[in-house]
Write a protein of this length. Structure first.
Length: 1233
């Protein structure tokens, strides 16, 4: 338990109280003066008439309001545009739409807490582990961390080099060791199957596409992310934020062991390696940098891949491996080493003793600079594997298998590495047959180009993988590693991976799926899909004795998308502008273009087009092209195709209704290149083609969105356009600029200079239509006459929006109290939450997500209620849970009751500890729980059967860090408890509903709330320094960037205080704890980094939970005083009695009460099967509660000022929760075991 000094506001020396006492008299005098002024103002010069009542009243009457013109009737085109927009918005409400993000804007999901290195004592050695594979299916919250660094531009090696490429000089052999050192605990090896490891590279987009498609097949990921370099920092890091974020979101528990390589300037660098491992100082510096990188990114270890090792450096490399393992092993980090398959210079047995796993790179029998031949002949593989296994421990050995090839030619150049898809596509385009060499059992073919160049292609495919893995089975290696993701035959995932079929029948490889590459034809930046993927097939013959494939014949080669590129017309330049129209920048761009007589093409976002219809019309009127850039700018590759269609159609309807023209020009959001490189990226292009669009790409992107400066924008644009490379991919004619989406001052400044410079160099500016060889009549055809005349498509929508804003502004103006406006807003947000909740029910969101749940029940003197609480949990319709009861030193029979009734219940575990407070008890239970989701439950609370499931399923969303349930009063036995039941519905739960819409719930109640376990550990658990440990933790979770949700169906019935004394005791603890939390988290107030927490939630708490309870009794006093004063005046001066002042006060008081009652009724309407008769108590409850809250708030402020240590305070449990409130019966009469 934390020391008392840690409690917020605790001042053991009383210094604060001394200062308060010295100023108390002055404050009392000031308060008295203020009260006197108030009374005098009410009696002598009434305040209310100064509130401009007449103006408010007049303005609120329709007769006095400024007349608003009736919106014109919608034309047919407008109706179509409105219907399309409404349909899209309706669909988007039920669809997760991922906004487009550039690489430098990519944010990486934080790693799970369990990714932290484990201690040596916590894990068994690699040889003895038998646990199942890591539960990588668990979703990790996708709340986001700081922006990842932009990806560095680096070329990485294609594969490990063979033995013959190594230095032939003699070398010093590493000394043999008598035995292996104690190994770092490895991730559990899957029972009954070898590990499946995948190599990932940044430099091929297909690698990411493969990772995304097959992430669930992998046990480990080994990415090329770390290289050696000279300088103070021995490491160059090239971590791909997109790939890392994918792993963190989809497989948070999957170990990542990045490669550490000596690859530099597109070649292996033995001199750099030699310098790096030459001395103990340099080795320790490298090890320190590796430890720092692993810790910062929560990697599971590293994979050392240092190649072309000089003979003189072998002994130093061995020392480095020893020292690296010695540094990593105590921290529970893995060290793997990739080594050549056969090189006499390497002492395999010695190196195996310095690593947890040795990875044999069983490929490159022939390599890029060698003579053509098999990449990994079967007999070559079998012989060398047997030789290696005679000297290595198979349980520590991973066999690396390749799936790529080389295209040798007689042109005298090194053979480029080719992917499986590139190889089979080359055979298909050349019209040659792929042969299967019976001697090596590797596929190959030859072809000739038109210039007579002869090519010989050898490659590996799913059949070679199958044969290699089958041949390796006799040795039982620890796993297989695929070089590399993105280059493979997609069919291999039927036999390779964590969910691969266990059948030994290679017939499952007959069907060949298309791969990840895209086939392009022609040149230019205007794209049209001309062919869609086709699967391939092969015939296979199998040796009956060995089960190996002895022959394969490709009967149909697979193919991916084929995209026709057009528009390569040297001398022409098309300026294109995305993300507009913008009221500030688009007019300035148009002015420049008009002045320079330059045509351009604008790809508009429909949402902005609705806001700026005149700009859309101006773009077309001034002769520019207009194109479709979607309605809401989502990442079209990440949303359902139906939503993509709606995005494009809604934008098309807007353009038609505003301009009288349609358009066939389209550019997808997040389209940073002239051509998509993976099937995911090409899908929007395919959808667009089916709708009749041409996709407009680009080759010249000066990144003006990043505001690099006008000079840099000009420089990049000119360089991109004037590049005379023979490679069309390097030569650009379409320039991407932006007229919206941010501050475009630099773009506006650069535009005239771009035009002037390119014109001076002889370039002519054209529209995209002309660049494509089309007219605007073809790319922007007029809408047929039968579709009617087009007027202001969004006139009615704008009218409704402006009318709504006008009403909202007047609503704030006519309100005499901030509370009225708050109730209106809270009601609207609560309705939005209710609609989202209903949508989740209809879509069955998270229905199949069933994480293991730990229910932690802190108990102190709970012998009366603990049995009922546990039995309600055991009656849950959710099965994957445990109950952890923590008896916090109860002097009563709490533990005995639990033991007597649940001793034989395996789901219930009981722990006793010395008394330390609720927070410490919760942390104690958390440390001993096993669940991915932790539910905190007060011991006086009864769950309904569906509650636990309702809470758990919300964590299917990885951005959700905590979920608040629907707490209700279960002991409605007298006036006090009925008032609290009313308050729970109309205040607490209504607020949580509303604030969940803004992601700023401040309290996940202890009665019913759930937390993501790893997030609890990150946040440091429950802190004892406030009395509101649940509110404190909720705010910490929200400040970490995670969502805090509300689940209305997660109902719990809690025992409320049944006396005013008990109520005030409880509310004092709540109020004081709230003060402590607000003070503790004061740095979040109006802090832009914390969004709605700092700008909405915390101001709301300060105003409505701290300030309002202090001043709300004044409203009652003012009304009562006015009523009494009016009555006295009438009695004393009946002839002169005037009711004006009284009626004013009564009107506004009645207005406030009416709005309050309406909000309360609305809150009851949102609840399911609530007791509406409680509303009869509303006005009395509000009046009584205001006095209670005023009292407890004054006490709280007084306690904070004194700095005294405030205890948690234990309420007496009376076991009065009525189970009849629950919707399903609870098995409370379970026989005692």
């Amino acid at each position: 338990m934390s020391a008392p000094e840690s409690q917020v506001f605790y001042d053991p020396r009383g210094r604060r109280w001394k200062r308060v006492r010295r100023t108390w008299l002055a404050l009392a005098v000031a308060a008295t003066a203020l009260a006197a002024v108030f009374i005098v103002s009410v009696l002598v010069n009434p305040i209310l008439p100064q509130l401009n009542l007449r103006q408010y009243a007049r303005s609120s009457r329709s007769a006095d309001a400024t007349p608003t013109p009736t919106p014109p009737p919608l034309t047919r085109a407008e109706e179509k545009a409105q219907r399309a927009a409404d349909e899209l918005k309706k669909t988007l409400r039920t669809t997760k739409v991922i906004p487009a993000r550039r690489p430098s804007q990519m944010q990486v999901t934080p790693p799970p807490a369990q990714a932290q290195a484990v201690t040596q004592a916590d894990a068994p050695s690699a040889q003895t582990q038998k646990a199942d594979a890591p539960d990588a299916q668990t979703q990790q919250p996708a709340a986001q961390t700081k922006q990842a660094d932009a990806q560095a531009q680096v070329v990485t090696p294609a594969s490990a080099r063979p033995a013959s490429q190594q230095t032939d000089d003699a070398q010093a052999q590493p000394a043999q060791t008598s035995g292996a050192q104690a190994l770092a605990p490895a991730p559990p090896v899957p029972a009954g199957r070898p590990l499946a490891v995948g190599f990932y590279v940044n430099w091929d987009d297909s690698s990411y596409a493969s990772l995304k498609s097959n992430i669930n097949e992998l046990d480990w990921l080994v990415p090329e992310w770390i290289r050696l370099q000279d300088g103070d920092d021995p490491l160059a890091r090239d971590i791909d934020p997109k790939a890392l974020d994918l792993v963190r979101r989809e497989r948070p528990a999957m170990p990542i062991l990045p490669l550490v390589q000596n690859y530099r300037n597109e070649q292996w660098n033995p001199q750099l390696l030699a310098r790096t491992v030459a001395t103990e100082e340099s080795r320790q510096r490298l090890i320190g940098a590796l430890l720092k990188t692993v810790d910062e990114n929560k990697f599971r270890g590293v994979t050392i891949d240092l190649e072309e090792v000089p003979a003189s450096s072998q002994s130093n490399l061995y020392k480095f491996m020893q020292e690296l393992h010695a540094a990593f092993q105590p921290r529970g980090l893995l060290v793997a080493q990739a080594v050549p398959f056969d090189n006499p210079d390497w002492n395999y047995r010695a190196y195996a003793d310095t690593a947890d796993y040795l990875m044999l790179m069983a490929y490159d029998q022939h390599w890029a600079s060698s003579a053509p031949g098999s990449v990994a002949a079967e007999n070559w593989f079998d012989q060398l594997l047997a030789r290696r296994m005679r000297e290595l421990d198979p349980s520590k050995t991973i066999v690396c298998v390749g799936n790529y090839g080389y295209d040798w030619s007689n042109a005298g150049e090194e053979a480029p590495e080719v992917t499986f898809q590139e190889a089979v596509l080359a055979a298909r385009d050349s019209g040659v047959e792929i042969k299967f060499d019976p001697a090596t059992r590797n596929p190959h073919f030859s072809y000739e180009e038109e210039d007579g160049t002869h090519h010989s292609v050898w490659f590996l495919d799913a059949v070679t993988i199958y044969n290699e893995m089958r041949a390796s089975q006799q040795f039982h290696p620890a796993g297989f590693a695929l070089w590399r993701l993105g280059s493979e035959d997609p069919s291999l995932w039927k036999v390779f991976g964590s969910t691969a079929q266990s059948s030994n029948d290679p017939a499952i490889l007959r069907d060949i799926r298309y791969g990840y590459d895209i086939d392009f034809e022609g040149t230019g930046e205007i794209l049209q899909v001309t062919a869609e993927p086709e699967d391939g097939s092969r015939e296979i013959k199998v040796d009956g004795a060995s089960g190996l494939v002895t022959s394969e014949q490709y009967t149909a080669t697979p193919s991916s998308y084929v995209i026709q590129r057009t528009g390569d017309r040297p001398g022409l330049v098309a300026l294109t502008f995305d993300d507009g129209p913008d009221a500030a920048w688009t007019p300035r761009v148009l002015d420049i273009l008009k002045e320079e007589h330059v045509p351009a093409s604008f790809f508009i976002i429909s949402e902005y087009g609705q806001e700026n219809p005149d700009l859309v019309r101006r773009i077309v009127a001034e002769g520019h092209d207009i194109g479709n850039h979607s309605y809401t700018h989502p990442n079209l590759g990440e949303i359902p195709g139906r939503v993509t269609d709606l995005e494009l159609t809604a934008t098309e309807r807007l353009i038609e209704s505003l301009t009288g023209r349609s358009t066939i020009l389209f550019r997808p959001p997040y389209f940073g290149d002239a051509e998509p490189t993976t099937p995911d990226e090409v899908e929007p292009v395919v959808r667009a083609r089916r709708l009749g669009y041409l996709t407009v790409g680009l080759h010249v992107d000066p990144d003006d969105w990043a505001t690099p400066g006008a000079d840099e924008i000009v420089k990049r644009t000119i360089k991109g356009v004037t590049n005379q490379s023979d490679d069309s991919d390097q030569r650009g004619q379409v320039v991407l600029l932006h007229d919206g989406g941010g501050n475009r001052a630099q773009t506006v400044e650069a535009l005239p200079r771009i035009i002037e410079t390119l014109r001076a160099k002889g370039y002519r500016f054209v529209t995209v239509s002309e660049l494509a060889g089309l007219t605007q009549a073809q790319t922007m055809p007029a809408v047929p006459e039968n579709r009617g005349a087009f007027a202001h498509a969004d006139a009615a929508a704008f009218y409704l929006l402006s009318l709504g804003g006008w009403l909202m502004r007047w609503a704030f103006l006519v309100g005499i109290a901030l509370g009225i406006g708050r109730l209106v807003i809270i009601g609207a947000l609560a309705l939005a939450q209710r609609l989202r909740s209903r949508r989740r029910e209809l879509t069955h969101a998270g229905e199949h997500y069933e994480p293991f749940v730990s229910v932690v029940v802190p108990a102190y003197n709970e012998e009366r209620v603990i049995r009922k609480t546990i039995e309600s949990l055991l009656a849950s319709d959710y099965t994957a849970f445990e109950i952890v009861v923590v008896d916090d030193g109860s002097p009563d029979r709490t533990s005995e009751v639990v033991g007597e009734h649940f001793r034989k219940e395996p789901r219930v575990r009981l722990f006793r500890k010395e008394n330390g407070g609720k927070a410490e008890a919760l942390n104690y239970g958390l440390a001993r729980s096993r669940g991915e989701v932790v539910v905190g439950l007060d011991a006086d609370t009864v769950f309904e059967p569906q509650t636990m499931r309702a809470l758990a399923r919300r964590f299917a969303d990885p951005t959700v860090g905590a979920v608040a349930g629907n707490a209700k009063v279960g002991n409605r036995i007298n006036l006090v408890t009925r008032w609290q039941a009313l308050e729970y519905v109309t205040s607490q739960n209504l607020d949580r509903r509303a604030f969940s819409s803004l992601n700023c719930i401040t309290v996940v109640p202890g009665a019913v709330g759930a937390w993501r376990r790893d997030l609890l550990e990150r946040a440091g658990g429950f802190s004892p320094d406030t009395l509101a440990e649940d509110q404190d933790l909720t705010m910490r979770v929200r400040r970490l960037g995670y969502r805090v949700g509300y689940e209305e169906t997660a109902i719990a019935w809690t025992e409320a205080p049944d006396t005013f004394r008990g109520l005030m005791k409880q509310r004092f603890r709540w109020s004081f704890g709230t003060l402590q939390c607000l003070w503790k988290h004061k740095a979040a107030l109006f802090n832009p980094h914390h969004g709605t927490l700092g700008y909405v939630a915390m101001p709301n708490v300060w105003v409505f939970q701290i300030l309002f309870p202090l001043i709300s009794p004044l409203m009652d006093l003012m009304f009562l005083w006015t009523f009494v004063a009016a009555a006295l005046e009438r009695l004393e001066h009946p002839a002169e009695y005037a009711v004006f002042n009284f009626k004013q006060v009564a009107f506004y008081y009645a207005l406030f009460l009416a709005v309050d009652w309406a909000a309360a009724a609305f809150a009851f309407a949102l609840e399911r099967k609530e007791q509406w008769k409680l509303l009869w108590w509303l006005f009395l409850q509000r009046f009584g509660y205001r006095q209670v809250m005023y009292t407890v708030m004054v006490r709280s402020l007084f306690a904070a000022a004194r700095g005294a240590l405030v205890g948690w305070g234990k309420l007496e449990r009376k076991d009065t929760v009525a189970l009849t409130h629950a919707r399903a019966p609870l098995a409370l009469e379970t026989p005692v075991e």
